[in-house]
Design a protein around this ligand. Structure first.
Ligand code: ADP
Ligand code: MG
Ligand code: ZN
Length: 515
């Protein structure tokens, strides 16, 4: 029973992968991304069950999402709105009429034994999204064509218990939670992405990041890859450079971070090159990305569409958005990320590198809100990108999740500008706010952090420093002004760094007649 089994990769390892540069010298990659976005609607796609994350298993269910006999689905209008708004933001055409389809297959996480999806009548078609990739020669823009955006419902969540890997093989039993069954999903499918060459992994990553930011700006999902509200399937094929036809693609599932999207593409190119160099053929299959190894293992061989026996769902009326409704929704589109980047770049006078740092740190909105609260953009950028980014990394949270508001950051910047705080003291105020000690002014008060610049308190510290260092004082009196630095140091030490160093120096020189 309890014999130790080391999970082996041997049956799955296949021919030795070819090193990336070498693979790219001979082969040209083609990509396709299928991204699922969980919509943040209050209720499910076809029933009124709540969608909140983290509830007790099987408490957010009803006859419709459990597919009990006689129950009938009704489309969630908010979900359709979200789909249309995303389609418009992706420059798609919105279909004037379309039906839901049943995608039939058996799996225990899907009580109906079919998933309601859209097949040949998706709600949005033929769009595009421009993505920017940094190259040594500067930023390069790739246009990713969007094939379609369609609506569907999520499945429940199965957990396989008792095995070493959490996968069904080797598990003692499995349990299923239907809370997620029926949560609205959008699937965004790209057309094949060609012509990226060695930049393929970066283009895939940039696309996922851009799509995430776009969806977030629309406010239709929280798009958290680590929580599964955005999931990418990455299709990759390679063909010999100059070949007339694309190669056979594999589809890597479970790719749940931007970094993994990049790694999945890269490792799949290396693996497929190894297969071809070994004289074998790439098989069309799904693969599973392994976070720990950065490689994927083979899943099932891929079904063809006909295996799903798609047919129009007779329980649902067609979705037929009117022109007026579409135009109403178009009017609700916010400033989209690309336009926002161009605007702040001009407004804040940024270089390519400065803009890239802001984008990579996901800090544009935070800096913008800090500027709106009265801070100069340069100071706001500095605080978010240095001190606050460092703390976010330390605590392994996103910048926006730090417990400090742009208003508080702006106040700290103002306290520095008016001379109440030095930069060093400002860092302590940041620390205090993050530790929950209250507003910046309260932290300054409670921690006694004000710069000591009034001549009374500072004068006393200066006098003490002179008395304690008579030989240094003598040198300064004798004209060696540079020696005053040691006395300033003593004052800073005595005031625990809170003295206004410039004013302290003035007072020292004045007292010693060296001015
Ligand atoms: P499926 O339902 O089988 O996953 P889809 O049409 O939903 O098929 O998605 C396939 C994805 O793979 C699309 O993004 C498509 O652009 C992409 N794709 C198609 N052919 C290739 C290929 N030869 N190499 C890489 N990607 C491809
Ligand atoms: Mg698919
Ligand atoms: Zn329900």
């Amino acid at each position: 029973m309890a014999h130790a089994v080391t999970p082996s990769t041997a049956p799955n390892s296949g021919p030795t992968p070819v090193a990336y540069e070498q693979a790219l010298a001979k082969y040209e990659p083609v990509l396709g991304l299928e991204t699922h976005i969980e919509l943040g609607t209050a209720s499910k796609m076809f029933c009124s069950c709540p969608t909140a994350f983290g509830a007790e298993p099987n408490t957010q269910v009803c006859p419709v999402c459990l597919a009990l006999p006689g129950s009938l689905p009704v489309v969630n209008r908010k979900a359709v709105e979200g789909a249309i708004r995303l389609g418009l933001a992706l420059n798609c055409s919105i279909a004037p009429w379309g039906r839901f389809a049943r995608k039939n297959y058996f799996y225990p996480d899907m009580p109906k034994n079919y998933q309601i999806s859209q097949y040949d009548e998706p709600i949005c078609v033929d769009g595009h999204l421009d993505v920017t990739v940094d190259t040594p020669e500067g930023p390069r823009v790739f246009r990713v064509d969007i094939e379609r955006v369609h609506m569907e419902e999520d499945t429940g969540k199965t957990s396989h218990v008792g095995g070493a890997t959490g996968r069904i093989h080797g598990a003692d039993y499995s349990i299923v939670d239907y809370n997620r069954a029926g949560i609205p999903l959008l699937e965004i499918v790209t057309k094949p992405i060609t012509g990226t060459g060695e930049l393929a992994p970066l283009v895939a990553r940039a696309y996922a990041a851009e799509l995430r930011d776009l969806v977030r700006s629309l406010g239709i999902s929280d798009v958290r890859m680590e929580e599964g509200s955005m999931r990418c399937d990455v299709n990759v094929s390679i063909n010999e450079r100059g070949a007339d036809e694309w190669g056979t693609r594999s589809e890597t599932k479970n790719v749940n971070s931007l970094r993994s999207v990049e790694r999945a593409v890269r490792s799949e190119i290396e693996r497929q090159a190894g297969v071809l160099e070994d004289g074998q053929k790439v098989v069309q299959e799904t693969r599973h990305f392994q976070e720990n190894t950065g490689r994927s293992i083979s899943g099932r061989s891929k079904e063809e569409a006909q295996d799903y026996r798609y047919f129009p769902d007779p329980d649902l009326v067609p979705v037929a958005p009117s022109e007026e409704w579409i135009e109403e929704l178009r009017a609700t589109l916010p400033e989209l990320p690309a336009a926002k980047r161009a605007r702040v770049r001009a407004e804040w006078n940024l270089t390519d590198t400065e803009l890239r740092d802001l984008v990579n740190a996901d800090a544009i909105d935070l800096v913008e809100a800090t500027v709106a609260a009265g801070a100069p953009s340069a100071e706001a950028r500095k605080l978010w990108l240095n001190e606050l980014s460092r703390r976010a990394t330390e605590q392994e949270v996103e910048l926006a999740s730090l417990p400090i508001t742009p208003g508080q950051v702006a106040r700290i910047i103002a306290l520095v500008a008016e001379g109440t705080l030095t930069n060093k003291l400002a860092r302590q105020v940041v620390e205090g706010v993050l530790a929950g000690e209250g507003e910046p002014d309260a932290v300054v008060e409670a921690r006694g952090l004000k710069v000591v610049s009034d001549d009374g308190a500072l004068g006393a510290a200066v006098d003490e420093a002179i008395t304690a260092n008579p030989d240094v004082a003598e040198k300064v009196r004798g004209g060696k002004v540079a020696a005053a630095g040691a006395l300033v140091g003593a004052v800073m030490k005595a005031t625990r760094g809170q003295a206004d160093a410039g004013r302290a120096r003035e007072l020292i020189l004045e007292r010693l007649g060296a001015k």
